[in-house]
Design a binder for this molecule. Structure first.
Ligand code: PXP
Length: 246
C-alpha cells in the first residue's frame, strides 16, 4: 500500500496577498501571512510546503522563500525555472528540495512538464550544482519514459509526474492519461527515482491518484486554498490527507 505524503503548495495564498498588497510586504496590514499559513498546513499533517518563485514574482516573493526556509518545521520544496537568477537564489536559500519546472511568462499556471530530454545541456550544470549543495532535485515531467530516462541521466533524485492532463480530461482521454501515469510511476520507481505527482489534483480525482503504485509525495495547491475559503485551511488540509488515505 502507498503511504502518500502531502506537500501543500501555498502560492495562491500569496496570490491573495499580492492582489491587495503588491510591494508592501513590510506593511503591518499585509495579509494573509504565508508563514502562519504554512504552520497551519504543517499542523494539519503536511510533510512539506511548496512554493514557486516565478521570474515575474507574481505571487511568491524572494523574502517569502527566506522566511519559509527559516520557519518551517518540515521542509521547503522550491519550484523554479532553470534561470541563472533563480538558481543563485536556490543555492543561497538551500531548500530541502528543488523541483525544476518549465516557465512561461504568459501562462496562468505551469503548462506541461519540463522537456528534460530536450534540455540536457542546459539542465546538467544546474542539477549538478543543486546536488552538490545537498538539495534533492526533482524534475516536473510528463509521464513519459523518455523524460524519466533524462531524469536518471541528469542524476535527479525524483520526478514529479505532471497530472494536469489527467485532471483536465474526461472519459477515454482521462483513462489513457491515468494509465500513462501508472506506467510512468512503475518505470521511474524501477530506475530508483522517488516518484511524486502534482498539478490539478483535487478532492475528487485523488480517489484515482491514490491507487497509483509507487507515488511518494503529492504537491497540491489550488484545490486546498479554494476549499479553505469555506472550511478553513487546517480542515481543508486534513480533509485532503484523509482522502489520500481513502
Ligand atoms: N506541482 C507543480 C510542479 C506545479 O507547478 C503546481 C502548480 O503551481 C503544482 C504542483 C500544484 O498544482 P495545483 O495548484 O493545481 O494543485
Amino acid at each position: 500500500m502507498n503511504t502518500l505524503r502531502l506537500g501543500v503548495n501555498i502560492d495562491h495564498i500569496a496570490t491573495l496577498r499580492q492582489a491587495r498588497y503588491p510591494g508592501m510586504l513590510d506593511s503591518p496590514n499585509c495579509e494573509p501571512d504565508l508563514v502562519a499559513a504554512a504552520a497551519i498546513c504543517e499542523r494539519a499533517g503536511a510533510v512539506g510546503i511548496t512554493t514557486h518563485l516565478r521570474a515575474d514574482r507574481r505571487h511568491i516573493q524572494d523574502a517569502d522563500v527566506y522566511r519559509l526556509r527559516e520557519s518551517l518545521q518540515t521542509k521547503l520544496n522550491l519550484e523554479m525555472g532553470n534561470t541563472p537568477e533563480i538558481v543563485e537564489i536556490a543555492l543561497r536559500v538551500k531548500p530541502a528540495d528543488v523541483c525544476l519546472v518549465p516557465e512561461n511568462r504568459r501562462e496562468v499556471t505551469t503548462e506541461g512538464g519540463l522537456d528534460a530530454a530536450g534540455q540536457l545541456d542546459a539542465l546538467t550544470p544546474t542539477v549538478a550544482r543543486l546536488n552538490d549543495a545537498g538539495i534533492h532535485v526533482s524534475l516536473f515531467v510528463e509521464p513519459d519514459p523518455k523524460q524519466i530516462d533524462a531524469a536518471v541521466q541528469l542524476k535527479a533524485h525524483s520526478v514529479e509526474l505532471h497530472t494536469g492532463a489527467f485532471a483536465n480530461t474526461q472519459g477515454e482521454a482521462h483513462l489513457a492519461e491515468l494509465k500513462r501515469i501508472r506506467e510512468a510511476a512503475v518505470y521511474a520507481h524501477g530506475l530508483g527515482l522517488q516518484v511524486n505527482a502534482g498539478h490539478g489534483i483535487n478532492y475528487v480525482n485523488i480517489a484515482e491518484i491514490r491507487e497509483v503504485a509507487h507515488l511518494s509525495e503529492l504537491n497540491i495547491g489550488h484545490t486546498i486554498v479554494s476549499r479553505a475559503v469555506f472550511v478553513g485551511l487546517e480542515t481543508a488540509v486534513r480533509e485532503l490527507i484523509a482522502a489520500m488515505k481513502g
